[in-house]
Design a protein around this ligand. Structure first.
Ligand SMILES: CC(C)(COP(=O)(O)OP(=O)(O)OC[C@H]1O[C@@H](n2cnc3c(N)ncnc32)[C@H](O)[C@@H]1OP(=O)(O)O)[C@@H](O)C(=O)NCCC(=O)NCCS
Length: 272
C-alpha cells in the first residue's frame, strides 16, 4: 500500500473550500479498480456532469449567471456538451477519464493540451475561430448564439484570456503540457484518482530529454495536490513543473485571509 504523503500546508481558500489533504492509505482505491484512458465524445455528458458537480455552485454563478440560465438543467448541460464537442477532433487536445472498473462509471477527468498547442484555452468562445471550429457546430447562427447565451463572456472568456496572457508571458512558444482542468467526482475524492489523471501526462513529460515543462492554474483548494506532484508556484495561481522535484511549504500560511500562491515559502529541491 502506498504510504501517506507528507502534508503540504497551504492557506485556506477564500471560497471556504477545504484544502485537499494527503490521501489516506486505507481510503485509496486499489489500482486494479481504476483505469485511465482517453475519453470518447460519447463520454461528454458525464464529463460535463462532473464539471458542474466538482466546483461550487457560486463559481458557476459567476460564469453562468442564474438570470441567463436556460429553463432546465438538461438544456444547460446539453449546451456545454455542444460547446466542448469540437475539441474532441483536435489531436493536441487530450481528454482523459478515470473509470471505476467494477461499475464502468467515469469518476474523474482531466483535459490536457499537448506540447506544441498554441496558448489559447479551448474553453474560450474565441477558440471557435482560433481553432477553426465554427462549421463543426453544424447549426445556424441563431442556434450557435443560443449555445453560448447562458455564459457571461466578460467573466468566462475574460478570465481565460487573462490566464492565457500570463502563460504566454511565462512560456512564450516553449512547448509544454497544459492542464485545462482536473476533477474527481466529489464522492470519489481523496482515493488516489486525481493523482493517476495527473500521472498520465507527467509520465510523458518526464520521458523526454530534456523533460517537457508542464503548466496549470490551480484553484486555491487544490494547491497541495500540485505541489505534491512537483509543480512550483509562479504567481497568483499558476504553477510550473520542470521535471520531478520535491516542493514543500517551509512556513504555513495559516490564518491568512489571502490565499494567493504569491508568498513563495516554497522550496523546490532536487529530483524525487
Ligand atoms: C483536486 C482534486 C482533482 C484531487 O483529486 P483526488 O482524486 O481527490 O486526489 P488524490 O486522492 O489522487 O490525491 C492527489 C495526490 O495529492 C496528494 N495530496 C493532496 N493534498 C495534499 C496536501 N495538502 N499535502 C500533500 N499531499 C497532498 C495526495 O496524497 C495524492 O498523492 P499520492 O497519491 O502520492 O498520495 C479533487 O479534490 C477535485 O476534483 N476537486 C474539485 C475540483 C478542483 O478543485 N479541481 C482542481 C482545480 S485546479
Amino acid at each position: 500500500m502506498t504510504q501517506e504523503a507528507e502534508l503540504i500546508k497551504v492557506a485556506p481558500a477564500p471560497n471556504g473550500l477545504p484544502q485537499t489533504l494527503p490521501t489516506k492509505p486505507e481510503r485509496r482505491l486499489p489500482s486494479s479498480d481504476i483505469s485511465i484512458s482517453e475519453a470518447v465524445v460519447e463520454d461528454l455528458p458525464r464529463i460535463v456532469e462532473g464539471l458542474y458537480a466538482s466546483w461550487p455552485p457560486q463559481s458557476w454563478e459567476k460564469n453562468e449567471p442564474l438570470a441567463l440560465r436556460p429553463p432546465t438543467e438538461a438544456i444547460r448541460h446539453e449546451r456545454f456538451v455542444r460547446r466542448l464537442r469540437p475539441s474532441f477532433r483536435y489531436p493536441r487536445i487530450r481528454w482523459i477519464v478515470a473509470k471505476h472498473i467494477p461499475t464502468g462509471e467515469i469518476i474523474g477527468c482531466a483535459a490536457w493540451t499537448a506540447p506544441g498547442n498554441p496558448v489559447h484555452n479551448f474553453f474560450r468562445k474565441t477558440a471557435v475561430d482560433f481553432y477553426g471550429w465554427r462549421d463543426q457546430y453544424n447549426c445556424s447562427d441563431e442556434e450557435f448564439d443560443e449555445v453560448w447565451s447562458g455564459v457571461n463572456m466578460e467573466n468566462w472568456d475574460g478570465g481565460f484570456a487573462r490566464n492565457d496572457d500570463v502563460r504566454k508571458d511565462l512560456l512564450g512558444d516553449e512547448p509544454h503540457w497544459y492542464l485545462v482542468f482536473l476533477y474527481t467526482f466529489p464522492e470519489w475524492q481523496g482515493r488516489g484518482v486525481g493523482k493517476l489523471l495527473l500521472n498520465w501526462a507527467i509520465d510523458q513529460a518526464d520521458a523526454t530529454d530534456p523533460v517537457t515543462p508542464m503548466y496549470l492554474e490551480s484553484a486555491p483548494s487544490a494547491r497541495g495536490v500540485y505541489m505534491h506532484c512537483g509543480f512550483v508556484p509562479q504567481g497568483e495561481h499558476n504553477f510550473l513543473r520542470r521535471g520531478p522535484a520535491i516542493v514543500r511549504e517551509l512556513k504555513a500560511e495559516e490564518g491568512k485571509e489571502d490565499a494567493k500562491a504569491a508568498p513563495v515559502n516554497i522550496e523546490a529541491v532536487g529530483a524525487n
